[in-house]
Unconditional design. Sequence first.
Length: 139
Amino acid sequence: MKTYRKELWFNTPTRRAFINITPQVTDCVRDSGIQEGMVLVNAMHITASVFINDDESGLHQDYEDWLERLAPHEPISQYRHNRTGEDNGDAHLKRQIMGREVLVAITQGKLDVGPWEQIFYGEFDGRRRKRVLVKIIGE
């Protein structure tokens, strides 16, 4: 069994963003040389997410609107977490909803995903450097 590990780094200029990272993950699979196995892609920060869905701008805006209704950023005083001096209580909740990681099969050296599935990095408290781990295991 072989393993491969790489960190992808992001620093979004906005508080929230959805970034399609499928090309970077595809590059990692290619660089690993693994033909059959699994790739784990996970956000290494508690206010960011990795998820799979369609790369469609209307859906992304729907996510923005839905997440803001579920966990609005303001007023920041509504979150006990923000009593620590931070203002990102909502980002922790948004991450919990969207998930920490995805696991994708690798078949014949390629990501084994559905026809519209793409891998995304979801940022909910941006404007600082954060990382995503790509870990590949297989043969």
